[in-house]
Design a protein around this ligand. Sequence first.
Ligand code: ATP
Ligand code: MG
Ligand code: MG
Ligand code: MG
Length: 565
Amino acid sequence: MRLSQFHLHTERETPAEAEVASHRLMLRAGMIRRLAAGLYTWSPLGLRVLRKVEAVVREEMDRAGALEMAMPSVQPRELWEETGRWEKFGPQLLKIRDRKDHEYCFTPTAEEAVTDFFRHEFSSYRQLPVNFYQITNKFRDEIRPRFGVMRAREFVMKDAYSFHVDEDDLLENGYRPMYEAYERIFTRLGLRFRAVAADTGAIGGSASHEFHVLADSGEDALAFCESSGYAANVELAEALAPGERPAPSESMRKVDTPVQKTCEDVAALLGIPLARTVKSVALMAEEGFVLALVRGDHVVNEIKLAKVPGMAGFRMATEAEIQAHLGCEPGFLGPVGVRDDVRVLADRSVAAMADFVVGANAPGAHLAGVNWGRDLPEPHVVADIRNVVAGDPSPDGKGVLSLARGIEVGHVFALGKRYSEAMGCTVLDESGQPVHPSMGCYGIGVSRIVAAAIEQNHDEAGIRWPEAMAPWRAVVCVINPKGNPDVAAAAEDLYRALNEAGLDTALDDRGLRPGAMFADIELIGIPHRVVVSERGLAAGTFEYRARAADAPEQLDRDALFTRLA
Ligand code: ATP
Ligand code: MG
Ligand code: MG
Ligand code: MG
């Protein structure tokens, strides 16, 4: 690519709205441009990087035997009703209507659609296992889209779904090969990452691991033990064990509420007096806290997130922090209960009651008549690592814990039969009996990876792409091409030769002054820079500089090719 014929639009100024390095640098490099909250246009430069990530993901999925397909972005309500997720997915699900007043959603994930495809195409265990994947845009109406494409509303996800005759086959021929493919993908992309055990959350299921790119700006807290290999997302500490989620009790019913902005709104709507605690919670709600639980003049809340001073992300707050925040006595707060994805912290008197209201500040997201014991069971503490500090003993007793922050870039999940059962999807097993296939689902945040890679690889001058993701691996810069035809010809020749040798190379023939040209090249993060100048040409050398190196070196053509090939 000749940069004179490309569209590069770099900026010196640091954009005020960007909180993290990757967002700042993607804007300054002109990789993305904001269209609206959580919606970004990828420029030709940005798209080159995105496509490189996609290519690695696609190659490794293909290598692992997964089959690429594509499902619609817009999916009918009826399909999502089959699994109950039309309601359960909550406000992240973007719902739309067509001219005939039929309802649809913009797909945030595609378990329903792929299971529908499967049930029409497959009939026998002999056709299994099978794994389908797609790389498509997903939409989630995130409560707090931020950090650019890191937490966008529309984003690119690779999602794969495997089908198996039983759970053993799922773990052996679905989950494990996908886990290994993910290790290869993130290794090839040149990222420092870690796989951690994760909460199986609202979906249930038997096994779940997240892949995190390690970065201080990450929103997740990870605990791991170097000597034993134990590694977990601290969220896991509060996971509800699979199978423990009870059916809703009879008294539980939905309250039709409009969007609630604050706890005052909730209390007013429900006709409940505001206690001191409500105000505290409302304060926190301004920072993005949403869930509230109200009863009598007691207000109890899901306020288990706290902004960590000096860090961009949120983490789970400790009970002591919440107590301090609410100004209540130790012992005032009772247990934490879980319902689907809602975690609720109650005061002790409320936890003893059998009929109260739980809600979130989203339309129609309130439940009345909730029974604590039945509907909000205490989370199963898999390993209490919520409040660990570095050096604490590992839960497996085999060493000490270190802590790190991570950006979730991939997730593998053994789902089991939840979707196949809900959607009446069966195949005949060896004995001719219909069985519900066991499923796995495997996601990768393709567009998030671009931002995560920058969080890990940048300096004051700009981005430092890992080789596999760089928009071009090398650039040939020409000093004063118009004024010196020999220099221009030599640069052109080198540019062609490097591309022919298989190195994806750009030619910077824009005729900028060296300072401005080099600043751009460093900002957009090209790993290898070669300068062709009159002086070098006379000496028979090129000036070569690796993006990460302190100083350039003079290399002759052979040495240059040896270095770059
Ligand atoms: P998070 O915890 O960050 O909200 P998630 O657990 O909700 O992510 P999954 O349902 O596991 O996400 O989706 C698979 C992958 O899609 C995630 O591992 C992540 O890399 C990516 N992803 C999820 N939400 C977003 C988003 N809003 N913007 C960009 N990428 C996302
Ligand atoms: Mg999410
Ligand atoms: Mg997650
Ligand atoms: Mg996830």
